[in-house]
Design a protein around this ligand. Structure first.
Ligand code: C2O
Ligand code: CU
Length: 466
């Protein structure tokens, strides 16, 4: 069917040895085929295989591509009865490549295909996932990581490892339980029962003593917010949502669904020393991964490397137009359903939830009811600077994502958020956040909560860039 493993590995190596900034190798665009299909695999030891959906035999699927060169991927839909698409989360793609069914492209029907091709402008750690019935499609595992490589980073790290964090909604026998519940959708979301990193209960790896380790922590869970922490070494954050930041000691950074954190640390010099990645959210740290030092020392103690500075459109805060994004709860909009029901059932209904619990600026848009597309939350002019004021008037956390743009998180009313680049920002209860951006390409760019049950029950809208 597909044998991309070796080719991807070689591609990754080729990118790593490219010389000089933006070395444009003669490497032809390497069209990958991603086949969305059910591929049962044993997740829970001793249980039956789980009906995982994936793009490839590998889980996690990690693709690497050089910055500034054409990336192409053909999506084939081999799912039995669902349409799908691929949204390249966080990548500033052209509008037609954004992968939102009905908004940027037609849904890819079972048996159908779609060709994605774009030049990723920014290096970093990104991921991709479908954008309809996401609670189930992503819940079943339909996701991958896309690392956009910057040749200037060659040689900075001895170990560069993806930590794909995801809970699975499993029942005792290994089958899937419900992906969405009324109780979850109306509160913090429905938590999975089987926690994992790279589909394992505990990820384990080895590294030479003294080696410089970069972990790319990607939270693809549909619900859980984690607090990544390192025990046994001093770790620094070097990138948020893929974009370089002034290094910051890894403190209590809340990593919501869809958010990424690149961290770096040096392994202790003692052979057999163990460094642990844990989720420090709860009272007891929850173990996620273990790195054991093995072999001869790679380096003596040294300062941790930093990434080349991010190169993104800088919003002009003095002229930025201020716009509200108010997050509210408690919306029940029976009119929505009445209209939908009189229109009859169509393909579109895969994307439509029947309940509404949330809204942005008092306008709920549940479950991608595209025929019921509301007016834009705001209209922006390309190239102009904007400052969105996100006000969370609910008692829950909301990782808010904007498509097609990278924004600067400028301030938080809680006073504990450093300025950083992001495509998803966690709005805590009663928090007021300011995010600034330069309006990018024309299009209707989605804005939504990445707790997918919130997204699919109203906390979704779009801004129109003209
Ligand atoms: Cu990763 Cu619209 O989302
Ligand atoms: Cu939310």
């Amino acid at each position: 069917m597909i044998e991309p493993t070796r080719r991807d590995v070689l591609g990754g190596l080729a990118a790593l040895v490219a010389v000089g900034p933006f070395a444009s190798s003669a490497r032809a665009a390497d069209p990958r085929t991603l086949i969305a299909a059910e591929r049962p695999r044993v997740l829970m030891q001793g249980a039956k295989p789980t009906a995982v959906w994936s793009f490839d035999e590998r889980w996690p699927l990690v693709l690497r591509t050089p910055r500034g060169e054409m990336f192409s991927a053909r999506l084939e839909n081999a799912l039995a009865e669902e349409h799908t698409a691929i949204h390249w989360h966080g990548i500033r793609v052209p509008f037609a490549m954004d992968g939102v069914p009905y908004i940027t492209q037609e849904p890819v029907l079972p048996g159908g295909a779609f060709d994605y091709a774009f030049v990723p402008p920014d290096p970093g750690t990104f991921f991709f996932h479908p954008h309809c019935n996401t609670v189930e499609q992503l819940g079943r595992g339909l996701a991958g990581v896309l690392i956009v490589e910057d040749p200037r980073e060659a040689g900075l790290f001895d170990v560069d490892h993806v930590m794909l964090v995801k809970d699975w909604a499993l029942e005792a026998g290994g089958g899937f339980g419900p992906f969405i519940t009324d109780k979850g959708a109306a509160t913090a979301g429905t938590f999975g029962t089987f926690r994992s990193v790279n589909a394992k209960p505990l990820e384990t790896l080895t590294a030479r003593p003294g080696s410089i380790v970069r972990l790319r922590i990607v939270n693809v869970d549909v619900t859980r917010v984690i607090v990544p922490a390192i025990e046994g070494a001093d770790a620094q954050i070097i990138a948020t949502d893929g974009h370089a930041m002034t290094p910051l000691p890894l403190g209590r950074w809340k990593l919501g669904p869809a958010m990424r954190l690149d961290i770096v640390f040096q392994m202790p010099q003692a052979e057999g020393a163990v460094v642990r990645l844990v989720d420090a959210w709860g009272l007891e740290p929850y173990p996620l991964a273990r790195v054991t030092s093995e072999g001869a020392s790679a380096h003596p103690a040294q300062a941790l490397p930093t990434l080349p500075a991010a190169d993104l459109p800088e919003p002009d805060l003095t002229s930025a137009i201020r716009l509200p994004l108010e997050l509210t709860a408690g919306h029940v909009d029976p009119a929505f359903d009445k209209i939908a029901n009189t229109l009859g059932l169509t393909l579109d209904d895969l994307c439509r939830a029947t309940r509404t619990y949330w809204a942005i600026n008092r306008t709920p848009w549940p479950g991608m009811g595209h025929r019921l597309k509301p007016p834009p939350l705001h209209e922006l002019a390309r190239g102009k600077s904007y400052l969105f004021e996100i006000v969370n008037a609910t008692p829950h956390l909301h990782p808010m994502h904007l498509h097609g743009h990278v924004f600067k998180v400028v301030s938080s009313s809680k006073g504990d958020v450093p300025v950083h680049w992001a495509d998803t920002v966690l709005a805590r209860p009663k928090e007021r956040l300011e995010i600034a951006l330069v309006a990018g390409e024309p299009g209707d760019w989605m804005v939504h909560c990445h707790i997918i049950e919130h997204q699919e029950t109203g906390m979704m809208g779009y801004v129109r860039v003209a």
